[in-house]
Design a protein around this ligand. Structure first.
Ligand code: FAD
Length: 497
């Protein structure tokens, strides 16, 4: 009897073994029939794996630098886990349809399983691949590993999509009954002859000249094991104060799960069930857990929006903003990117991003408001910079949140709400510890002046060793005047002048 045809499990943004429905289905079929399982990851050359190309073709989203670093670590760990379970992870590179065809021809595989992705380009590509495989008699099936509720399953009362978060989440959370997460399969049967694959090191995902990833290495350990321990530690206590602490960048009050979610090293069903379990066991945590799950709900909402508006990464949802008179200011953009605007909370955020590949959500809102409303630069500029520098860059989350701050998105903060970087700093980083950590040249300034060093008496600056315009920049603009300028432009837009 010849061996039954092997099953290919095509990993993409689901880089985990537990609660991975495609892998579970493959392991089950393998147990039933004796078929081998070939775990496969394809580095997609056109779009770079997790990224997508906007259907309008206006911009492409190849994997950013920080995510290339993360992907390397994630694949390294997934490879170790697959090998330990019995069947090594196969790495190939190229156009995925062609890679799959070649592998099927080589191995005689009769089945390809994967978990769905939700970017416009990814969805279109997967649909075409599935159709092609089925037409040739290959069993091609896809599953949901990444969302609590897939966008097309959520409809409002009139059968349309949701545009406002609160009714969306009320609807989703009240109807939700996610299946219990599955465990990693006990074993994976390897094919008798292992197909030849690439070496991860040859993919050049890690930066070399220069190696700018030291801060990322210090801050993060990619992979499924680290994701699960982050979740457990967070639910073990910090989550209780989440509702208030989540806005404090000077404290570790949030879960830091976003990059793990972006790469699918953990899935929202695992988070949902673990959080519910924790709330049942420790009722004093329940309010924090509710607030935490609501944020996970925002992640779902952004995918809902992207599904119904595939142009979200490129075009404002509110089409009035298409004609907004943005400025062109390369020097301003560069000062923002490098964390040299002279506004300490903005600079601390941008340097945290550069150093660690992540930025606290409150500070993301402050720096985004500064770029869009103080500098009057298009939100897409910020979106692109975040895309390249964030380890958690995610097409739906990034686009939806930038549009939210810009006031042109769904259920967005109105444009006229301009964050004051001094007041925001004083409110959410009251002792200045966050600024001191990322802007060390202000480290000796007292809390009273740390969010507005230009207002400090000369003697205070001298004692703190701060030389404005030399050791730390003077503000590149006056926030009050910039705010007035932005509001005047917004008024013109509203009145259709
Ligand atoms: P927690 O507070 O612990 O929240 C738990 C999870 O809920 C997060 O991991 C995330 O998946 C989800 N979540 C939390 N806040 C939001 C939110 N505002 N919108 C959607 N989901 C949320 N998040 C990304 O994952 N990728 C991005 O590319 C991204 N770009 C952003 C750009 C801007 C301008 C802004 C303002 C926010 C952006 N966010 C993005 C959302 C948010 O800042 C991060 O998800 C959050 O800071 C991650 O930290 P955490 O895991 O500790 O979050």
């Amino acid at each position: 009897m010849p061996d039954p045809a092997p099953i290919i499990v095509w990993f993409r943004t689901d880089l985990r073994l537990a609660d991975n429905p495609a892998l579970t289905a493959a392991a089950q079929a393998s147990a039933d029939t004796g078929a081998a399982v070939i775990p496969l990851y394809i580095l997609e050359e056109e779009t770079g794996g997790t990224a997508g190309t906007s259907p309008a073709g206006t911009s492409t989203w190849p994997l950013g630098g920080a995510q290339r670093w993360w992907l390397h670590g994630s694949l390294e760990r997934l490879g170790t886990c697959c090998a330990r379970h019995g069947s090594p992870l196969l790495l190939r590179r190229g156009e995925p349809g062609a890679v799959l065809d070649a592998l099927i021809a080589e191995t005689g595989a009769g089945c390809v399983l994967w978990n769905r992705r939700y970017t416009p380009a990814g969805t279109a590509r997967d649909a075409a691949i599935k159709q092609g495989l089925k037409a040739r008699g290959i069993d091609a099936r896809s599953f949901n590993a990444a969302l609590l509720a897939e966008p097309w399953t959520v409809r409002n009362k009139s059968g349309g999509s949701f545009k406002v978060f609160t009714p969306f989440w009320r609807h989703v959370s009240s109807t939700l009954n996610p299946p219990l997460p599955t465990r990693a399969p006990a074993t994976l049967k390897a094919p008798q002859t292992a197909p030849a694959g690439d070496r991860l090191a040859d993919w050049g995902l890690l930066p070399t000249r220069p190696d700018w990833a030291a801060g990322l290495r210090r801050r993060w350990v990619p992979g499924e094991t680290a994701a699960l321990s982050h979740l457990a530690e967070f639910l073990d206590g910090p989550v209780g104060a989440y509702a208030t602490e989540r806005d404090r960048p000077d404290r570790a009050g949030t879960s830091a799960l976003s990059p793990y979610l972006a790469f699918g090293e953990i899935g929202p069903r695992q988070i949902w069930h673990a959080a519910r379990h924790a709330a049942d066991a420790r009722p004093e945590l329940a309010a924090g857990i509710e607030a935490f799950l609501r944020e996970v709900g925002w992640r779902e909402f952004q995918y809902h929006l992207l599904h119904h508006a595939p142009d979200l990464p490129d075009r404002p949802l509110d089409s009035r903003f298409t004609g907004f008179a943005w400025r062109d200011d390369p020097a301003g953009l560069r000062a923002w990117q490098r964390g040299r605007t002279g506004y300490p909370i903005v600079d601390a955020g941008m340097r945290q991003l550069w150093e660690t590949g992540w930025m606290h959500n409150r500070v993301r809102m402050i720096v985004a408001s500064f770029l869009i409303k103080d500098l009057l630069l298009p939100w897409q500029e910020g979106e692109r910079w975040f895309w390249d520098t964030l380890v958690d860059a995610d097409l739906a989350q990034n686009a939806g949140n930038w549009q939210w701050v810009a006031g042109c998105g769904a259920d967005a903060a109105p444009f006229f709400r301009v964050f004051n970087p001094v007041l925001q700093g004083e409110k959410f980083d009251p002792a200045g510890d966050y600024v001191r950590r990322y802007v060390p040249e202000l480290g000796r300034l007292p809390a009273r002046w740390i969010h507005q060093p230009w207002a400090a008496p000369a003697e205070v600056l001298r004692q703190a060793g701060v030389r404005l315009g030399d050791s730390y920049p003077r503000p590149i603009l006056d926030h009050g005047a910039a705010r007035e300028r932005a509001l005047a432009l917004y008024k013109e837009l509203k009145e259709g002048v």
